[in-house]
Design a protein around this ligand. Sequence first.
Ligand SMILES: Cc1cc2nc3c(=O)[nH]c(=O)nc-3n(C[C@H](O)[C@H](O)[C@H](O)COP(=O)(O)O)c2cc1C
Length: 147
Amino acid sequence: MLYFYAYTSELVDPQADAAAILRSIRRVAKVRNAELGITGVLFFDSGRFLQVLEGEQDKLDELMAAISRDPRHRNITYLFQEPITRRSFSEWNMDTLDLSGEDELSEAALLKVRDAYAGTFKANAGAFITIAKSLLSDPRFARLIDR
Ligand SMILES: Cc1cc2nc3c(=O)[nH]c(=O)nc-3n(C[C@H](O)[C@H](O)[C@H](O)COP(=O)(O)O)c2cc1C
């Protein structure tokens, strides 16, 4: 059965080169997730990850077992583990969106995410998906996406 997972976690080492970590995750994930039939995106901002994953539940659990063992992050907190009828991120093969930085673009992104959290973010997967997709399609963020 098709499921939608979303979780947040935090980077263990605040001094780590986050861009390099995102690159290395992306390199592995693009191959493995495609093999597992898993689509999704990985957001990063201010030392925190937010990952969206969709695919067959057994494949998601297999992948999450590996991700949970990864020493580069900790405090994995699920926002959603819900059955879905169709994919919302079918064209996304674990691309990453790095919202870090100290420019105003990043601040706008942060505020958007904060407002999203404050609202229906946690309560409703549908609303969450809409917000995540609006971040991905917003032209201001488009240049921050590494495919
Ligand atoms: C926040 C975060 C997200 C990750 N997402 C994925 C992913 O979607 N797919 C993937 O194959 N690896 C992902 N990884 C890397 C895995 O944790 C792991 O290093 C990699 O899959 C190799 O697994 P192995 O230790 O079983 O060989 C992620 C790591 C982190 C820290």
